[in-house]
Design a protein around this ligand. Structure first.
Ligand SMILES: NC(=O)CC[C@H](N)C(=O)O
Length: 218
C-alpha cells in the first residue's frame, strides 16, 4: 500500500519560481499530471492531506475512479477543505474522474457518491461505455488555438448539460460537450496528460498565475 506522506516532486532541485500547483494524489494518474506541470515550470506537490492544501495556489484532480477519490477524500478529511478552497476561487483542473469530482451534478453515480462541485454542469459517468470502448479523436478547441487537440477518452464522462455559469470549450462531432470552464475551474472528459498535449495544462497554469497576480495587487 502506498504510504500517505507528503512528497515534493522537485525535492533536491533548485527552488522553482513557478506557481505552486498541487495534484490530488489519492488515486489515479496523478504522476502523469505532475510530470506535465513540472515540465511547464510549475512547483508541483502531491496532495493527500488537508494541510497540504495550504501550500498550493492551484490544484489538478487526475483521472482515475471518481467513486474511490470521493470516498478517500472524505475519509482523509480533504473533501470539506477542498470545497472551501474551490468556493474561495482556487483554480482547479479536473480530467475525467477529476471532472466528475468538480461537477455540481453527477448522473450514473454509485449509491452515496458525492462530488466536490463547483462547475455548473451535469456529467454522466462512463457515458462512452466500458474500457474497451475507449477511443481517441481530434477536437477543435478554439480557446487553445487553431491546431486540433488529440483527445484520449478512457471510460470518460460526458457533459450532458452546461449551466449558465459554465462555458463549453469543446464538443465531439455528435455535439456532446467534453471540455468546460467556469472562471478558474476547468474540466475535460479526456486525458491530455497521457499523450503529450500540454495546452490544457498551460491554459490552467495561466489561470493560476493570473489569480496570484490579482491577489498580489488586491
Ligand atoms: N479515466 C477516468 O478517469 C475514468 C473515470 C471513471 N469512469 C469514473 O467514473 O470515475
Amino acid at each position: 500500500m502506498t504510504t500517505l506522506r507528503s512528497e515534493s516532486l522537485d525535492a533536491g532541485e533548485p527552488a522553482s519560481a513557478g506557481p505552486r500547483v498541487g495534484v490530488l494524489a489519492l488515486q489515479g494518474d496523478f504522476r502523469e499530471h505532475a510530470h506535465v506541470l513540472s515540465r511547464l515550470g510549475a512547483h508541483v506537490s502531491l496532495v493527500r492531506r488537508p494541510e497540504e492544501l495550504d501550500a498550493i495556489d492551484g490544484l489538478v484532480i487526475p483521472g482515475g475512479e471518481s467513486t474511490v477519490m470521493d470516498k478517500l477524500s472524505r475519509a482523509y478529511g480533504l473533501a470539506e477543505p477542498l470545497k472551501a478552497r474551490i468556493a474561495d476561487g482556487m483554480p482547479v483542473y479536473g480530467t475525467c474522474a477529476g471532472l466528475i469530482m468538480l461537477a455540481d451534478t453527477v448522473l450514473d453515480a454509485i449509491a452515496g457518491q458525492e462530488s466536490l462541485g463547483g462547475l455548473d454542469v451535469v456529467v454522466r459517468r462512463n457515458a462512452f461505455g466500458s474500457q474497451n470502448q475507449s477511443f481517441e479523436t481530434d477536437l477543435e478547441v478554439p480557446a487553445l488555438g487553431d491546431a486540433p487537440v488529440h483527445a484520449v477518452f478512457i471510460r470518460g464522462p460526458v457533459v450532458e448539460s452546461v449551466g449558465p455559469a459554465a462555458t463549453a470549450l469543446a464538443t465531439i462531432p455528435d455535439g456532446r460537450v467534453v471540455a468546460v470552464e467556469q472562471g478558474d475551474l476547468l474540466g475535460t472528459s479526456f486525458h491530455p496528460e497521457i499523450n503529450g498535449e500540454y495546452r490544457f495544462h498551460a491554459y490552467f497554469l495561466r489561470k493560476v498565475r493570473d489569480r496570484i497576480a490579482d491577489r498580489a495587487s488586491a
